[in-house]
Ligand binder design. Structure first.
Ligand code: AMP
Ligand code: GLY
Length: 438
């Protein structure tokens, strides 16, 4: 089969890496890809937002299946365009992608289908939003309605913080039109976890649990990012809570999707807060979590391509997944300054040494190859430079979460680029739980 993976982050490198192991695959393209994907797939210079360009490419190259990584092309209707041309693609339509592209749509949907989530109010007017936070007791979480790369959510512990968040979203338009409306939610207390489920429109197939680390600094301090690290499994989402999440969240969500959304062949990512009252939804995403999937795919023993094919062909009920029982940890190495501004073009060294370690995989996110000539002459001499905020996802499997943490940080310590930044506490919450159990 000829496969096209759309996107250029660590998630897409992980997808390409796993798909490349499938006996059914003959050729993988990645558009536009990154330094890491170019080693196992052919990078194609088409932006992941150029829907028509991607559909033209899939048509002319006779691609058998396209897999979409990021949310922006999904929200813009890439799946609808591919369906129009009778091209096979894995992902929800524009209508389904509203579960992620509009927080208001998602919250109303949850209300309608009795899915547990934080109480909320919606505002299209800055003064009314400010009055609300002035009059009511916080803390609040202020969210831009539309897409903001995971950065449009502000957890506010005071009126001053909430006021500032509303100003950034609605007056300064930090996220453009995504901030035309805000959602103001009650702040939930608990531990977060991610549940990622494959869906073929009729059947659901949950993947193993995982946990992200969204804030930039250790101990969950500082602004939110796209995700600074992840691990799987997440003990907080252990069997009872997992089953409760399926019953109280995933099943009603599926009922809603079948009623309101034409077809949904793609990923449902449910960001959860495990509260004292049970799991509640923080957000829906309509694609694989990044970096959660980097910590999940190394544990998947089954062939990912045949699973995704089954989803597209509405046969997920026939699929059983096989998992590696070991723990997996992914530490994100980022450019200093991320999630705000940062420099690019720093030379990266040590990836090879890290990859020589047993059970270590280095997924590339914001990297590119400095010299293509060098690469053509000798594969070993590839020189990578930084090309984004999140640069590398250093991932390791271990017999215990402790082993996996140690191995991934040992690998991180072999890799260098100027002003590299990474959190030092990835996996810490799982560790704490396992110590508390002893
Ligand atoms: P979201 O993009 O909506 O998942 O929000 C990003 C992050 O903000 C989440 O992963 C949480 O850390 C935090 N967050 C969002 N909503 C809430 C809430 N209602 N209560 C507490 N924290 C929240
Ligand atoms: N890691 C969070 C996300 O993918 O949105």
């Amino acid at each position: 089969m000829k496969i096209l993976v759309v996107g250029s982050g660590g998630r897409e490198h992980a997808l390409v890496w796993k798909i490349s192991k499938s006996p059914e695959v003959n050729k993988i393209y990645c558009a536009p890809g990154n330094g890491g994907t170019s080693a196992i797939a052919e990078n194609v210079n088409i932006s992941s937002n150029d829907i028509v360009g991607l559909a033209d490419f899939a048509e002319s190259e006779m691609i058998d299946l396209t897999i979409v990584g990021p949310e922006i092309p999904l929200a813009a209707g890439i799946v609808d365009e591919f369906y129009k041309r009778d091209l096979k693609i894995f992902g929800p339509t524009k209508k389904g992608a509203r579960l992620e592209s509009s927080k208001i749509f998602a919250k109303e949907f949850m209300k309608k289908y009795n899915i547990p989530t934080a109480d909320f109010e919606v505002f299209d007017n800055k003064e009314k939003a400010i009055n609300f936070v002035k009059k009511n007791k916080g803390p609040f979480v202020v969210k831009a309605d539309g897409l903001a790369g995971g950065k449009g959510v502000f957890v506010c512990n005071s009126f001053i913080e909430a006021n500032d968040a509303i100003k950034q979203i609605m007056t300064d338009k930090k996220f453009g039109d995504s901030g035309n409306h805000v959602v103001i939610e009650e702040k939930l207390a608990g531990e977060e976890a991610s549940m990622i489920v494959l869906c073929d429109g009729k059947n659901i197939l949950p993947l193993v649990s995982s946990q992200d680390h969204k804030p930039i600094f250790d101990q969950d301090e500082g602004p939110n990012t796209g995700g600074m690290g992840a691990y799987s499994p997440a003990p907080v989402l252990e069997s009872e809570v997992f089953d409760k999440t399926i019953q109280t969240i995933v099943k009603p969500l599926m009922r809603g999707i079948q009623k309101e959304i034409d077809t949904y062949k793609g990923v449902l990512y449910i960001g959860l807060m495990i509260t004292k009252e049970g799991p509640k939804v923080l957000e829906f995403n309509v694609r694989f979590g990044d970096p959660e999937i980097q910590a999940i795919l190394p544990r998947l023993k089954s062939d990912l391509l045949s699973i995704i094919k089954a989803a597209v062909e509405e046969r997920l009920d026939k699929v059983e997944l096989e998992w590696d029982n070991r723990a997996c940890v992914c530490v994100v190495m980022a450019s200093k300054g991320y999630p705000e501004s940062y420099e690019k073009g720093k030379i990266i060294t040590g990836i090879g040494e890290a990859e020589e370690m047993r059970d270590v995989i280095v997924f590339h996110a914001g990297t590119k190859i400095k010299s293509k000539e060098l690469r053509a002459k000798n594969q070993e001499l590839i020189e990578y430079i930084t090309n984004g905020g999140r640069v590398l996802d250093v991932t390791a499997l271990g017999n215990t979460i402790e082993d996996a943490i140690k191995k991934s940080y040992d690998a991180v310590n072999k890799i260098h680029f100027e002003d590299a930044y990474f959190r030092k506490d990835i996996g810490g919450k799982a560790l704490k739980r396992s110590f508390n159990k002893c």
